[in-house]
Design a protein around this ligand. Structure first.
Ligand code: ADP
Ligand code: MG
Length: 620
């Protein structure tokens, strides 16, 4: 059913609602849509202000919020009330970002280091979600103003390495900005779509997306087949980008010019001026061999392209090193890459373009505007979701295993790492104690055998299980990982139908390095982990055995002889003594002895109860 929207400015009724595509960037954000006539994606340029909206939020003295280029002007003059790079904080805890806190010119609150980080502006506290929502609201307003129609739905892009928490935070920011977020899409996927890769379902392609923005660098290797986009590997550096190029130019001018060197530390205005001129110089050098300008209208500054290239060469080399690592992780050789796509304003630097083309052994694609390409792809995805194109599936893989805690603190994996998403998997569990009415479900992410070494995502109680003997209830635990990488966990007791579910909104996010560390740790500790797991499993078996036998003797003691009871007690005690040994063989041996000795009891009691039951009935 088509939605009907009323255009308030013209009073006319519009048949179709636009779904926009949004690139919510660290430095710059853009909104794009599919033009209804030529069906091509275009970035929205409202009132000729340009397509690029700097991702900067400024709070004025009078309590107003401004976003974009006007807000950027306050970066030097009112840094405490001017928030930039908020994307770096999305879905993160203070613990995650604390070491970089000097990077930010505003105040990041260190209250509860595992909770989501907060930012203080004057006497108000903001979450990165609220601040990102301000940027999204601005984009939404510009789109509504320019298209003259309400905009309520959007597709938003995120870096491929964003984890559940960061994706959820992006979604929440959209919601706060009044947008229904139809899909969170990976930036490299959007870039590939913008180049038309993946539109044809029969096409098979391996693509490298090189994204060098203002302060971040990402390389992603994608495999595209049957309309499925699979991220084979990602690499990069979340503190490397065009800002480093600007800084290199500033430092060069400081070294060259005594006047600048003498005053730059005290003079805020000069710092801002230097930053603006350096960026201008850098951009000029992308198309000219030299730049000449003046700082504050008085000091001459000059730089040539070859000098600039000498300054940035080490930084560019580091990005190529990341490409090498991403290729190694994807187990691919440069010849196996069908297309290299350039994304991000900084890929306009000719040296960057050449280095990337050289590494991959083919000219990189840069025919689309590298600032806009992600938003254009997001608009195409929005169009697909609107049902205007044949359905294209987007597929990613989960970086870490998802599972739940079972007896003894063991990790029971439900969705293994590298599973393609969306995906659904489940397993059946039961109770370990007679009459147990609650079951705790603890959800973890990680590769280690012990949950305590992994990361807890959520915990809830399945309540109201009808009292039954241990082992009777059947509890299905299902993990549903949607296309955005957000996990829903549901638990259902099948006999009674009691049901409980959670959507996992992890307490705090993981950095790329942490994911890597978790994977590394799982390899280094593999042998220890296997041993520990075996000991725990032995102990769990022993505890269940102790519980069962003790209950049995309590209930059915009258059917056992005094010697049998005595021997059972001795064997029970031996098993209890074996538990603290921490040696799986000792424990399992004691379990065996107890089991062998007591197993005939159950049969005997069964026979007796059958006889009694029969005796009570008359069989004709
Ligand atoms: P992000 O994705 O991190 O939000 P962008 O892709 O918008 O960032 O890239 C912004 C960066 O691109 C800035 O450092 C900006 O100076 C740089 N940039 C923009 N145009 C050019 C150009 N013509 N030459 C070199 N760098 C450029
Ligand atoms: Mg970007």
């Amino acid at each position: 059913m088509a939605k009907v929207a009323i255009n308030l400015s013209t009073g006319s009724i519009q048949q179709e609602e636009v779904i926009v595509g949004i690139d919510l960037g660290t430095t710059n954000s853009l909104v794009a849509y599919i033009h209804p006539e030529d069906k091509k994606p275009i970035a929205i340029n409202d009132q000729g202000r340009g397509t690029i909206v700097p991702s900067v939020v400024h709070f004025t003295q009078t309590g107003e919020t401004i976003v974009g280029t006007e807000a950027k002007d306050y970066l030097t003059t009112d840094p405490a009330k001017t928030i930039y790079s908020v994307k770096r904080l999305l879905g993160k805890s203070y613990k995650d970002v604390g070491e970089h806190k000097d990077y930010f010119g505003y105040k990041i609150i260190d209250d509860d280091s595992e909770g989501l980080v907060k930012i203080r502006v004057g006497d108000k506290f903001y979450s990165p979600i609220e601040l990102s929502a301000e940027i999204l609201k601005e984009l939404r307003e510009r789109a509504e103003h320019s298209l003259k129609t309400p905009v309520n739905r959007a597709v938003i892009t995120v870096p491929a390495y964003f984890n559940d928490s960061q994706r959820q935070a992006t979604r929440d920011a959209g919601k706060l900005a009044g947008l229904e977020v139809l899909r969170i899409v990976n930036e490299p996927t959007a870039a590939a779509l913008a180049y038309g890769i993946g539109i044809d379902q029969n096409e098979e392609k391996t693509v490298a997306v090189y994204d060098l923005g203002g302060g971040t660098f990402d390389i992603s290797i994608l495999s595209i087949h049957q309309g499925i986009f699979e991220v084979l590997s990602t690499n990069g550096n979340t503190y490397l980008g065009g800002d480093d190029f600007d800084r290199a130019i500033i430092n060069h001018w400081i070294q060259e010019n005594q006047l600048i060197a003498d005053t730059v530390n005290e003079d805020k205005n000069l710092q801002q001026e230097l930053r603006l001129r350096a960026e201008e110089a850098k951009k000029t050098l992308s198309s000219q061999p030299a730049y000449t300008g003046t700082i504050n209208g008085t000091i001459d500054c000059h730089i040539e392209r070859h000098t600039f290239e000498t300054l940035i060469a080490p930084t560019v080399a580091r990005t190529i090193e990341s490409c090498r690592m991403a290729m190694a992780d994807a187990k691919l050789q440069p010849e196996q890459i069908d297309a290299v796509i350039m994304v991000g304003g900084s890929t306009r630097v000719p040296m960057v373009y050449e280095a990337v083309s050289e590494f991959f052994g083919k000219p990189a694609n840069n025919t689309l505007n590298p600032d806009e390409v992600v938003s254009l792809g997001a608009a195409i995805q929005a169009d697909i979701l609107a049902g205007n194109r044949k359905d294209i599936l987007l597929l990613d893989v989960t970086p870490l295993t998802l599972g739940i805690e079972t007896m003894g603190g063991l990790m029971d994996s439900i969705i293994p790492r590298n599973s393609k998403i969306p995906t659904k998997a489940g397993r059946q569990y039961t109770t370990s104690i007679d009459g147990q009415v609650n079951m705790k479900i603890s959800v973890y992410q990680g590769e280690r055998d012990l949950v305590q070494e992994n990361r807890k995502l959520a915990e809830f109680d399945l309540k109201g299980i009808p009292a039954m003997p241990a082992g009777f209830p059947k509890v299905d635990v299902n993990f549903i990982l949607n296309a955005d990488g957000i996990l829903k966990v549901e638990a259902i007791e099948l006999r009674s139908g009691v049901r409980q579910e959670v959507e996992v909104k992890p307490q705090y996010g993981l950095t790329d390095e942490q994911v890597e560390q978790m994977l590394m740790d799982s390899i280094t500790h593999a042998r220890d982990d296997v041993n520990t797991r075996m000991v725990i499993e032995a102990r769990t078996t022993a505890e269940q055995m102790l519980y069962q036998v003790e209950r049995f003797v309590e209930k059915n003691g009258q059917h056992l002889t005094a010697e049998e009871i005595e021997l059972t007690r001795t064997n029970l005690q031996n098993l209890k003594d074996a538990l603290p040994s921490g040696d799986k063989n000792t424990i399992l041996k004691a379990v065996d002895i107890l089991e062998e000795q007591t197993s005939p009891f159950a049969e005997r009691v069964m026979q007796i109860s059958i006889k009694q039951a029969m005796a009570g009935k008359k069989i004709e």
